[in-house]
Write a protein that binds this ligand. Structure first.
Ligand code: AMP
Ligand code: MN
Ligand code: MN
Ligand code: MN
Length: 292
């Protein structure tokens, strides 16, 4: 694996702006030599990503996914790396999640109409493109219709968990999703844990998720400042988790956005991740750079 890694990125197959090929080209230009594509509840971008990765002799690609789960009052995102993404039962489960996302998006558009902020379903579909539909696509339609100035404002006024147009997805508990990911040989990591600090029960959650088979905690992330990173490194060592990280690049702008590779993820935890993948016989599911 190359020395600069980014383990969390999105493409047009979920709510990212770049195709998997464009994402890999940008990451490569930025010096990234180990990348994971982690679209929301979907793996359909992986074939293109693997094809794009082949063009670089010194580029390693890890198959990944980010799955949305819920705990009372909060949303918990779990990253899965090195997953066996061809597994039929897994793909079936993902298809059900896509259906649930689609129904929920329809309901949110209806709510917006009744709130006097109409957007057309066709425009939401347009922004969603070929992949997993999500709130960012509704946000883009709201911006286009002139109801809000930015994607962030769309979330603040309408689409956030407590917003008037919010509709929940099918609820999965994080423990269920961790077991799903382990079932396809994946390595599970808790994403962007800052969002769980407000609720004040991160320690309890980590305890439960560790028992369910959690392996990592995203520690190096977007605008996390050094004291925060230090705090999450402490938690990682307390719960024996690997402190991983990534840019969570979407390409939609906003003050927190970081480019692929623009995250000070040290090489040691990445090496730990690879060692674990090797132990579990999962290394072969990645495209490991032949020249490294
Ligand atoms: P969904 O997958 O439909 O539940 O939408 C969640 C996605 O919306 C996240 O993965 C982020 O990409 C995006 N998102 C969540 N909160 C915000 C926010 N406050 N501003 C902008 N984007 C957000
Ligand atoms: Mn997203
Ligand atoms: Mn997330
Ligand atoms: Mn993400």
């Amino acid at each position: 694996m190359g020395s600069l890694a980014d383990l969390h990125c999105h493409s047009t197959f979920s709510d990212g702006r770049l195709t998997p090929t464009e994402l890999i080209d940008l990451a490569y230009r930025n010096g990234v030599r180990t990348l994971s594509l982690t679209d929301h509840d979907i793996v359909d971008g992986l074939p293109e990503a693997f094809e794009a990765a082949e063009r670089y002799a010194d580029f390693t690609l890890i198959p990944g996914i980010e799955m949305s789960t819920d705990v009372p009052g909060n949303e918990v995102h779990i990253l899965g790396h090195f997953i066996d993404w061809h597994d039929a039962a897994f793909l079936d489960g993902l298809r059900r999640l896509q259906e649930s996302r689609l129904n929920r998006a329809h309901l949110m558009v209806e709510k917006l109409v009744s709130l006097g902020k109409p957007i057309s379903w066709g425009r939401v579909e347009f922004f969603a493109g070929e992949g997993a539909i999500g709130r960012p696509h509704i946000a883009l339609a709201l911006v286009e219709a002139g109801h809000v100035h930015s994607v962030n404002e769309a979330f603040d006024h309408y689409l956030s968990r407590n917003g008037p147009a919010y509709v929940p997805r099918d609820r999965l508990r994080p423990e269920e999703v961790i077991s799903l990911l382990l079932g396809v040989g994946g390595i599970a990591t808790l994403a962007h844990p800052r969002e769980l600090l407000a609720a004040g029960d991160l320690a309890n959650l980590l305890e439960a998720l560790k028992a369910a088979g959690l392996t990592g905690i995203e520690t190096y992330y977007q605008d996390y400042h050094p004291e925060e990173v230090e705090n999450f490194r402490d938690l990682a060592s307390r719960y024996d988790l690997i402190p991983l990280g990534g840019s969570d690049y979407h390409g939609l702008g906003g003050p927190q956005q970081r480019e692929p590779g623009d995250i000070p993820l040290p090489i040691e935890p990445v090496e730990k991740l690879f060692a674990l993948a090797e132990q579990r016989g999962a290394l072969e599911r990645a495209r490991i750079a032949p020249a490294r």
